[in-house]
Design a protein around this ligand. Structure first.
Ligand code: PHE
Length: 344
């Protein structure tokens, strides 16, 4: 008798180990505990009348122990199989109450962020935004800007020439005359964009970089208009009052031409490392549009005057975000981009 009980215990344990599905476990319940089940059979098949009182008690205890154990084991296996089946069912479903898996938000390139900020500021002052063309004609990049073929200023622009005689624009000034011809005067426009120069690269020079050009043409534009607009712009950029000054500078397409300096914001003009002890930081070239350029744009220089400036957009973004090497900006490395989440 006890060998049958031990045998059944072992057999059920083995069967349970291989029963994975809910149906398998249910079949085991029938096999062992059902009406015709093996354990039920043991109870029925035992002839208690042949046993004395002690043996009857002993055998009764063993059989009911087996039954209780089997019910508990099968019950647990059923619960487990049920939970597993429920999990499998849920896998194909979307539970809207669960938290998301955490989509990683992208971010805008530091140059793009700076460009968008400047565009906003200028648009609020009535300037239109024109992007122009990266592949440009020699006429717009040079000749119309008072830089004819033999002009020494061409040497300052190491140019990528295309086989068809066109070029990759070396500065956003190339869009000036296009805009004059397209929109006439009066005109207020900014030209953000990518420029290209075939030069050696280092921490502050790349063959590809961004400029942000500005152009304002009207009957009464003067040098003091330049100063007022630039001061307003810089105060929006830096969020405080700034002092600027103009120094003479030479560019063939402006006359007079200037370099606009910003009084050092770090030392307030007293002189420090950033401003090389001068109290001023060189910020951007600018000037009154040369009459030849107005003429090339189809405008009458007797009637209209204009001013133009060229902000180094890439340089400004580097200063703004403390990026030490211009070459980092073109890598497309997301570890760099992640450090400048857009504040839009
Ligand atoms: N286009 C000039 C450059 O890239 C900069 C400039 C723009 C100067 C506008 C004066 C006015 O060097």
């Amino acid at each position: 008798m006890s060998t049958t009980i031990d045998h059944l215990r072992g057999q059920l344990a083995d069967d349970l180990r291989t029963a994975g599905e809910l149906g398998d476990v249910e079949a085991l319940r029938v096999k062992y505990l059902g009406q015709q089940g093996l354990i039920t059979g043991v109870v029925r098949g035992t002839d208690f009348s042949t046993l004395d009182a002690d043996a009857r008690r002993e055998v009764g205890k063993r059989i009911s122990g087996l039954k209780t154990w089997a019910e508990a084991e099968i019950g647990a296996a059923l619960a487990e199989a049920e939970a597993r089946a429920a999990r499998a069912r849920r896998r194909g479903m979307v539970d809207l109450t669960l938290p998301g898996t955490g989509a990683r938000p992208g971010s805008l390139h530091p140059v793009t962020q700076t460009q968008m900020f400047l565009e906003d500021v200028f648009q609020s002052m009535g300037f239109r935004v024109e992007t122009g063309f990266e592949v440009e004609e020699e006429l717009y990049n040079f000749d119309a800007l008072n830089i004819p073929g033999d002009h020494p200023a061409r040497d300052m622009h190491d140019t990528f020439w295309l086989e068809d005689g066109r070029l990759l624009r070396t500065h956003t000034s190339a869009t000036q005359v296009r805009a004059m011809r397209m929109h006439g005067a009066p005109l207020r426009a900014v030209f953000p964009g990518r420029c290209f120069r075939c030069e050696a690269t280092d921490a502050s020079h790349e063959t590809t970089f961004h400029q942000f050009e500005g152009l304002m043409i009207d009957e009464d534009v003067t040098v003091s208009t330049v100063l007022a607009v630039m001061k307003a712009l810089l105060e929006k950029v830096f969020g405080r009052e700034v002092t600027v000054r103009l120094r003479p500078g030479y560019f063939p397409f402006v006359e007079p031409g200037f370099e606009l300096d910003l009084q050092c914001l770090i030392c307030g003009g007293a002189g420090c490392k950033v401003c090389k002890r001068t109290g001023w930081v060189e910020l951007m070239p600018c000037g009154m549009v040369h009459p030849n350029v107005l003429r090339a744009g189809g405008l009458d220089p007797e009637r209209y005057r204009g001013f133009a400036f060229g902000l180094g957009l890439t340089r400004l973004a580097m200063m703004n975000f403390s990026i030490p090497d211009i070459r980092l900006l073109g890598t497309g490395d997301l570890r760099l981009m992640d450090q400048f989440p857009a504040v839009l």
